[in-house]
Design a protein around this ligand. Sequence first.
Ligand SMILES: Cc1cc2nc3c(=O)[nH]c(=O)nc-3n(C[C@H](O)[C@H](O)[C@H](O)COP(=O)(O)O)c2cc1C
Length: 502
Amino acid sequence: MRKQFFIFGITFLLLSIIITYHYKYSIFFPLTVFALILLGIANSFQHKHAILRNFPLLGYFRYLFEFIAPEIQQYFIERSTDGKPFSRNQRSLVYQRAKNIDATTPFGTQLNLNHADYEGIKHSIYPAPVNEELPRVIVGGPDCRQPYSASLLNISAMSFGSLSENAIVALNKGAAKGNFYHNTGEGGLTDFHLQGGDVTWQIGTGYFGCRDDHGNFSAEKFAVKSNNPLVKMIEIKLSQGAKPGHGGVLPAAKNTEQIARIRDVKPFTTILSPPGHSVFSDAKGLIQFVAQLRELSNGKPIGFKLCIGHTEEFETICQEMIHQNCYPDFITVDGAEGGTGAAPLEFSDGVGMPLEPALIFVNKTLVRFDIRSKIRLICSGKIISGYSVLKAVALGADMCNSARGFMFSLGCIQALRCNNNQCPTGVATQDKMLMKGLVVTDKSERVYHFHKNTLHSANELLAAAGKKSFSEADINIFMRGDEFKKLSDLYFPDILGNALKE
Ligand SMILES: Cc1cc2nc3c(=O)[nH]c(=O)nc-3n(C[C@H](O)[C@H](O)[C@H](O)COP(=O)(O)O)c2cc1C
């Protein structure tokens, strides 16, 4: 192709000179052709990009198409029920609820319900009245001196750094209006989180906001910040579903001077938090740390967040709680299907337990050790609708967190650019120009409405199942497609042929 490029380029250049000379056009045209030929020559001799070496100018189209592939996929190819990680239908649901407009769909389901994977709620012929009040849950075990009344749905951990300043402020103001909490994420507690909304302060392995000069946990700094009245709960981050066993990642492009100052790190370098904590390295140390944070914060609810890996490790933590007679006030279970700003693909695709089995396991284990009543169970992992809230509660959760649901409510379009600072909606970027697109006053209203309308939908589903309160919801209100397969075997025995006769 290089030979063709040279032949075509020189012919085109000569033609452009002749046309320009003949018709007395501006010299700009042949000069542009000449510049492109020079660029092509430079490309054909460079060693880094094979495509540009072989196709000196056309090769650029590959980069262009690769850059806009997510948009092409989303706008021209994707159907309403596809789209990953969230389908167009799921995203639209959040947008409509956030805008507080009609969130109904016409004409019936687009899903294939006669399928083993189908999942639905068993409604009752005698529905309960719909509760107009949004459900709340008290968090605070036996050792807690400042229990907190939390909403059933809250904003999951997302740091300032991963999200923009405008996004954090809009989330916090929405939380303030709707009376639910906003988890800071591991990037530290900043002024943007202190806009009036209730805060859960997350402490990750980098101890951002409460670290000493060597990057170790600083009890003094923690004590000052944790006693801020807006900080209602403290969460120790052990792991996150999208990258369990891997520390947090803040790409260099997003580590601006402002963020570096808040986190006490070098600006414009990639910040990798260590995979594990330096304060403890076993269950005994973890539970001691829970006790230490409780003392330093004057008895605020303390919990930890994890994605389940080795189940025995969780059992050991339970034994240690009993041994030390010290219980976290809450445990947050994050499913492996959870989101992230940036993670290695191997970790997102192939490490950790998904939410459903993890939640069932943690709930049952706490019951088995007879400590379930002392601890609130929070969960996260693709919770964006009333249905997913109700299902999480039915599987054993007391409360839910949503990260990407609230991102959609801020206007996120799933452009999949959180990791390169080019988020076009200003949600997950530190680019000031892009951030301007996100207007805080407008988006905080959407955050408020998404929360309210989603919980209202959960209330309606609960009532349809004939239940008056979330404490009555258990897995028996759900049915699955594989059950019908068995039922149809019973009702239509002919299809079993001889197998049944035997
Ligand atoms: C942009 C982004 C940043 C996140 N940052 C954190 C974090 O700092 N700490 C953490 O524990 N989880 C973090 N998470 C994970 C979420 O808190 C949540 O556990 C996970 O995304 C599952 O919820 P979802 O399915 O509603 O998104 C982040 C997720 C996203 C999408």
